[in-house]
Write a protein that binds this ligand. Sequence first.
Ligand code: ZN
Length: 202
Amino acid sequence: MKIFCVGRNYVDHAKELNNPVPKSPLIFMKPSTALLTDGKPFYHPDFSKNIHYELELVLKISKNGKAIQEKFAHNYYDQIGLGIDFTARDLQDDLKAKGQPWELAKSFDHSACLGNMVFKSTLDMTAIKFNLTKNGTIVQDGNSKDLIYSFDYLIGFISQYFTLQTGDLIFTGTPAGVGQIAIGDVYKGYLGEQQLLTCEIK
Ligand code: ZN
């Protein structure tokens, strides 16, 4: 299975890191070894002094497809959930400055924390509210209506380059409010009122 991620897909987040809003989707990938599931803790690695949380809506692909037209994209995913794209911001800033790929900063073990998923048929997909609490205080508050590139557009775009397969995941980008994690923090992700994700930093 493959994990796709989208960078800078909310204007307010692109601005908070002083990045330009992209003219086409910014796509990167994580390997399957990046997955952290079942509410397991995240162990802070030694290679970074500044790991950020990024809460994101995550789509689960339910059917194989290639070069999918945007108008048919909704047929290719059936579940949505929440994930944290853990990012070694210090390494990423360094790699960005050198014009090098982001893998070391984005794709390390357990950098893709994934909570429970729900069937999209239960939701109003045009305006999904979601938020992240850190030790009980809301730090990120997003709404899918603010996505620069919609779920269907992203599926159309990505599938021009990569065959999408059942079980693949798409982390669709983070809203504003990203910040540094610390050992002992507890993060909880909510879709509307429903808690789908919990992650403790150890
Ligand atoms: Zn992200």
